[in-house]
Design a protein around this ligand. Structure first.
Ligand code: GLA
Length: 424
């Protein structure tokens, strides 16, 4: 199996490092597109030719990813979800795509996606049937792994419907082994923890990370803000379990990004994107890229500073240091001693809400005396703050403010003539 040692030295700097699935992929959280939340299991291409699960849909999304600039911002995966296959395996027991909706077959689709410099992911289920009732992989792990490798797909999402927990304890590691045995690196996205309730003692995250590159921990996201808020709450409530599991090669997966669909306001979409970056989550957008509001695309999904937080090579998942019903303060350690800071407000009582905090509240390990703070979403000019200085922010209803805090020595600031500050 191909091994990649890039970033090994960086990842080992992280105090949270847990040994990861050794297939060399997903060293930072995967970015791209996934069909499910937006397009579900639409199979009637006669009545919905533009939104049914078909090769046309995935080719058009690949076109948009390249032509609209997604690829230039790091989004490279195009992922198929459920409902792509025929209802029966072929005479050799192999899965085949639905012939009407994928008339040219998966290898042709893979070629098309690869020709654009993108990657293709596919979906399977470790049980007898997928969640939407298509053939499952149980008993066919070797055949399906070899089929996916032969097709040169780059990622496999492995769902868990139609299986029980003891079958899952066998099936998820077995599929990992069979995928690995093909010699063709594929990101292995497993839903195992979700089907086990997401928490120890049923879930052993050290083991999950040894066999999977990313894993769903919690229920499916829906197109509304409560769904986003519940996921973030769960991540905060269980952070002591989840943070040690995340790192290069293996990621907790709070599910797809939905900003730009129907259910979230602009601020709510910004909050989801910002928080997914803080949580070192896979960034798989499930939105119709052909009709997405360009403002959401450019001012949220293409926000460089947020993507840098998401793709930081240390791969540390953020910690909630403070939270109540209105506000939450989160911090994520970045390379070089930088810190990403997010303040979420879930107030909806009608006005941009003031929030005051200090860097001392973040409990940074070995903190610097002074940090330069840049507002990541609003591109405000950087300002220096000591650990105890009060930082005054104003946050929109259901909104987020996000900062990158860069350690700065007072002497450097003065030498570089950036700023002069009074130090007591
Ligand atoms: C489950 C998964 C979803 C999606 C559907 C497809 O619910 O959690 O992400 O893959 O199955 O049927």
């Amino acid at each position: 199996m191909m091994k990649t040692y890039i970033l090994l030295s960086l990842c080992c700097l992280s105090a949270h490092f847990v040994s990861a699935y050794d297939n060399g992929v997903a060293r930072t959280p995967p970015m791209g597109w996934l069909a499910w939340e937006r397009f579900r299991c639409a199979t009637d291409c006669d009545s919905a030719p533009d939104s049914c699960i078909s090769e046309k849909l995935f080719m058009e999304m690949a076109d948009r990813m390249v032509e609209d600039g997604w690829k230039d911002h790091g989004y490279t995966m195009i992922n198929i979800d459920d409902c792509w296959s025929e209802k029966q395996r072929n005479a050799n027991h192999e899965l085949e795509p639905n012939h009407t909706r994928f008339p040219n077959g998966i290898p042709a689709l893979v070629d098309y996606v690869h020709s654009k410099g993108l990657k293709l992911g596919i979906y399977a289920d470790m049980g007898k049937l997928t969640c939407a009732g298509y053939p499952g992989t149980m008993g066919y792990e070797k055949i399906d792994s070899q089929t996916f490798a032969k097709w040169k797909v780059d990622m496999v999402k492995y769902d868990g419907c139609s299986s029980n927990s003891s079958e899952q304890a066998v099936g998820y590691p077995l599929m990992s082994k069979e995928l690995n045995a093909t010699g063709h690196p594929m990101i292995y996205s497993c839903e195992w923890p979700l089907y086990q309730g997401g928490l120890p003692p049923k879930v052993n995250y050290t083991y999950v990370k040894e066999i999977c590159n990313m894993w769903r921990n919690y229920g499916d996201i829906d197109d509304n803000f409560d769904s986003v808020k519940n996921i973030i709450q769960w991540w905060g409530d269980h952070q002591d379990v989840l943070i040690p599991a995340a790192g290069p090669g293996g990621w907790n997966d709070p599910d797809m990004l939905i900003g730009g669909d129907f259910g979230l306001s602009f601020d709510e979409a910004r909050m989801q994107f910002g928080m997914w970056a803080m949580l070192a989550a896979p960034m798989l957008v499930s939105v119709d890229l052909r009709t997405i509001d360009p403002r959401v695309r450019e001012e949220i999904y293409f926000k460089r500073g947020v993507i840098e937080v998401s793709q930081d090579p240390l791969g540390v998942q953020a910690r909630r240091v403070k939270g109540d019903n209105n506000y939450q303060l989160w911090v994520k350690s970045l390379i070089g001693g930088d810190q990403a800071v997010a303040i979420m407000s879930t107030r909806t009582d009608g006005f941009p809400a003031p929030y005051v905090f200090s860097l001392a509240e973040l409990n940074i390990e070995n903190p610097a005396d002074t940090y330069m703070l840049t507002d990541i979403f609003d591109d405000e000019q950087a300002k220096p703050y000591s650990l105890t200085d009060l930082i005054h922010t104003v946050i929109n209803p259901n909104g987020i403010r996000m900062f990158r805090a860069i350690p700065y020595k007072t002497s450097t600031l003065v030498e570089e003539n950036i700023i002069e500050i009074d130090i007591l």
